[in-house]
Design a protein around this ligand. Structure first.
Ligand code: SF4
Length: 238
């Protein structure tokens, strides 16, 4: 349903992408997205003309302080400007955020709201320690991750705002929302599926085939939904 090109930063990137997207578009109408580091607006417009339909931005960090620590060779302000440029050119965009980089619930949830308020869409992933990286954090607890997924879903779908979330020392403790609305949301299980551009499922991006499933790449089954609710209740007053 969607081709997403993951990119690195190098001098001829835009030329290569324009060529690649044009060739894809000669053969198929499948939407093409690209996950990009900041580019200038002119390049974004070239990519759009070539057939690029959407852009994901690897903001990754929930705050400037964490960004400086995790991505020292990039600048926070360049990413925020780029997100705004993506919105100007494409109408919207996805901003990837990773939970588990030392942020509080409040910081990441506030960032969801800021991203939604500029008409972009936060795509949420769990930090996954892999061999060779120099970050000494564990994966986030699944109970905490479920609460953050729920908050993201409510904000993205305008069912609640950051201001409706109750925090205790930065930890999400409850959400001011009608219980009937919450029940409906929990019935459909969508908050716990992979988030991002339409139809993005990035299977096994932050989980092993044997579990734990941080992001489900498919609609949840009944027993999975029950587990998710139990996980949520261990973290949140709902
Ligand atoms: S959200 Fe998915 S489809 Fe969109 S840019 Fe990110 S990985 Fe690609």
């Amino acid at each position: 349903k969607r081709i997403c090109v993951q990119t690195l930063k190098y001098p001829k990137l835009v030329d290569d992408l324009v060529y690649m997207i044009s060739r894809i578009k000669e053969r198929t109408n499948i939407p093409v997205s690209a996950c990009l580091n900041p580019l200038d607006k002119k390049s974004l417009k070239r990519l759009k003309v070539a057939g690029l339909g959407g852009v994901g931005v690897g903001l990754d960090c929930a705050s400037e302080k964490i960004f400086k620590k995790m991505k020292p060779s990039f600048k926070w302000n360049d990413y925020i400007k780029f997100l705004n440029d993506v919105t100007d050119v494409f109408g919207s965009g996805s901003a990837h955020l990773i939970a588990g980089l030392g942020e509080t619930d409040e910081e990441i949830i506030k960032m969801f709201q800021k991203i939604v308020d500029i008409n972009c869409y936060p795509a949420l992933f769990a930090f996954t320690p892999v061999k060779g990286i120099n970050i000494d954090y564990p994966q986030p607890g699944i109970e905490r991750y479920r609460a953050i997924q729920l908050a993201r879903y409510l904000i993205v779908n305008n069912m609640a705002r950051y201001e409706d979330m109750v925090f205790e020392n930065g930890k999400l403790s409850s959400i001011n929302i009608l219980s009937s609305v919450l029940e409906d949301v929990l019935k459909n299980g969508k908050p716990f599926q992979t988030s991002g551009c339409p139809d993005c499922n990035r299977p096994f991006y932050n989980e092993k085939p044997g579990g734990i499933m941080y992001n489900y790449p498919y609609p949840l089954k009944k027993d999975e939904m029950k587990n998710v609710k139990d996980e949520l209740k261990r973290y949140l007053r709902i």
